[in-house]
Design a binder for this molecule. Structure first.
Ligand code: MN
Length: 129
């Protein structure tokens, strides 16, 4: 068994080319094989969000702090706050991020390969809905 205290999680800046605003990753479980489960804590500062993307094996999101949105390609928007859970099916294009007036932290569980990024950011118009 490996035990990691809160101070042992090595937070890093999320790759700027796939995010708008300040986003930090806290890797909780990084598999050797990219097909296996990947568990990441993600901290979005107020107003920060992912680019449009999908996950080849799907994604489970569990919000632990703050308030945000998750939005599907057709514009359907869900308001998410601490304790809420999102199941994104494999291949479904979406984005997630913090609201303008709150940070958000969520766990991200993915498997069966790396995130597939669309070559477009979420515009301010798309963000504000
Ligand atoms: Mn996602």
């Amino acid at each position: 068994m490996d035990f990691l205290g809160a101070g042992d999680v090595v937070w890093e800046d999320a790759p700027g080319e796939h995010f708008t605003g300040a986003v930090r990753f806290g890797p909780l479980y990084s598999p050797q094989d990219p097909e296996d489960l990947n568990v990441l804590a993600v901290h979005f500062s107020a107003g920060a969000r992912t680019d449009w993307h999908s996950h080849p094996g799907g994604q489970v999101i569990y919000v632990t702090e703050g308030a945000g949105w998750v939005v599907k390609g057709d514009g359907t928007r869900a308001e998410i706050t601490a304790g809420d859970v999102v199941h994104a099916p494999p291949g479904e294009v979406h984005w997630h991020g913090a609201r303008p007036n709150s940070h958000m932290v969520h766990l991200s569980l993915t498997w069966r390969g790396a995130t597939e990024w669309d070559p477009r950011s979420v515009s301010d118009e798309e963000y504000e809905g």
